[in-house]
Ligand binder design. Structure first.
Ligand code: SF4
Length: 135
């Protein structure tokens, strides 16, 4: 696999927040189920502390951020690390498009939260496909 066939998908930490959990769950669904060959993730805190190995990586591999809320911690950390950020997702945007879903839970999401996470994961998967196709 060349480096251009890989995309880093980095969620915010979102500790203690349902929408943060939705973003992380969406990331896991993407990298474990939907696009396991094409995607990787990393711990956002490694960017925050300036870990050289991962900072070098995200400067050379396309990145997608997934943030739980408009504070956009993942996006800001990737940008501060001069990462190759090609697309930004917000859980609140997906929630707005699916107002019938009422996600709940922090450690474990309710079924509607799981559904929202899968909807988001599918949206991100399309973006991953487009990024790889364009390269
Ligand atoms: S983007 Fe929002 S939910 Fe995510 S870590 Fe930052 S404040 Fe928490």
């Amino acid at each position: 696999m060349t480096k251009n066939s890989l995309v880093y998908v980095i969620p915010c930490s979102g500790i203690g927040k349902t929408l943060g959990t939705v973003g992380r769950k969406a990331t896991y669904k993407l990298i474990e189920e939907l696009r396991p060959q094409e995607t990787r993730t990393t711990c956002l805190a490694l960017l925050t502390v300036g870990d050289k190995a991962i900072v070098d990586k995200i400067r050379n591999v396309p990145c997608i951020s997934i943030d739980g809320c408009p504070v956009r911690c993942a996006q800001k950390n990737i940008e501060a690390s001069k990462g190759l950020l090609l697309k930004r997702f917000l859980v609140t945007d997906v929630l707005r498009k699916n107002r019938n879903l009422k996600p709940k839970g922090i450690i474990k999401l309710n079924p509607e939260g799981e559904k929202l996470a899968m909807l988001l994961a599918k949206e991100v998967a399309i973006t991953v496909d487009n990024i790889i196709r364009d390269e």
